[in-house]
Design a protein around this ligand. Structure first.
Ligand code: NAP
Length: 263
């Protein structure tokens, strides 16, 4: 890839918020490494963004919920001699329902994708960013990171990890030229709700959702500023912060009620 442009690696770039982030980063002139499982979508997106924005784009198919996914992806990048200046850990999913009856395989994959791969990709790519004295890491958390989430307990906890990890790492990296941004969207138009099988949840019903494009625009602006945490949308900011001012014991009950099935 041409050295005169910065290169951004985006996980989960085949749809939703990740695709929107790739589109925005391409408009800002970044070369792209697009990662997800669906190669046909990555290729089509890469070709479109190269033609529109004059950037280079490479697609890499990977199931990032596999235990050794980060090591394999890093080895692949090294073989192809691809440097990463901007790492966007976006791929993630949720599962709706009670923990005790949830699918244990899915629960494990969720922890692996939302937490393990995100952490280890950051760990492997950080040393070269520090050597170059430049790097941007953006981890996609959620407004779910700010509270416990009955009926999506593992998902909310995974996003609390992402937020905590990002804020702590950002502080460790002060004055190094490398910054960490936690992007915390609220409910957003994408395939997320269908994949989490939560169409019946009151959380989404009858609500106007933010578009992935709006979320991506605010996310990339924050990434470029090196902002620590960004919550797109004023209502999402209020909801995320509200839980801090309520007695801790009552928050899980409120969230459970908000997320309950609408029948
Ligand atoms: N939508 C919301 O309401 C919302 C709110 C807050 C936070 N978020 C967070 O935003 C991020 C993006 O979600 P989204 O809303 O854009 O959902 P989405 O439309 O379902 O997109 C998820 C992306 O992740 C990829 N992905 C899923 N499992 C993967 C795996 N095992 N290996 C590699 N890639 C995988 C998918 O591609 P393939 O299927 O091709 O692999 C897709 O590109 C997630 O971290 C999510 O938790 C979403």
């Amino acid at each position: 890839m041409t050295a005169n442009r910065k290169t951004a690696l985006i996980t989960g770039a085949s749809g939703g918020i990740g695709e929107a982030l790739a589109r925005t980063l391409a408009q800002h002139g970044y070369n792209l490494i697009l990662v997800a499982r669906t190669m046909s979508k990555l290729e089509a997106l890469g070709a479109e963004l190269s033609a529109k924005n004059g950037v280079e784009a490479v697609g890499i198919a990977s199931d990032l919920s596999a235990f050794d996914a980060s090591e394999k992806l890093i080895a692949d990048l090294e073989t192809r001699k691809l440097n990463v200046d901007v790492l966007v850990n976006n791929a993630g999913f949720g599962e709706y329902g009670e923990f005790a009856t949830g699918d244990p395989v899915k629960q494990q994959q969720m922890i692996s994708l939302n937490i393990l791969t995100l952490t280890m990709l950051t760990r492997h790519l950080l040393p070269k960013m520090l050597e170059r004295k430049f790097g941007r890491v953006m981890n996609v958390a959620s407004t779910a990171a700010f509270m416990p989430g009955p009926l999506m307990s593992v998902y909310y906890a995974s996003k609390a990890y992402v937020l905590s990890f990002s804020e702590a790492l950002g502080e460790e990296l002060l004055n190094t030229g490398v910054t960490v941004t936690a992007l915390c969207p609220g409910p957003t138009e994408s395939d997320f709700q269908a994949r989490a099988e939560m169409q019946d949840s009151k959380l989404f019903q009858g609500k106007t959702l933010m578009t992935a494009r709006e979320v991506a625009a605010q996310g990339v602006a924050a990434l470029e500023r090196g902002q620590r945490v960004v919550i797109p949308g004023i209502m999402n900011q209020i909801q995320a912060q509200a839980s801090r001012f309520l007695p801790r014991a009552i928050v899980p009950g409120i969230v459970k009620n908000v997320q309950a099935r609408n029948h």
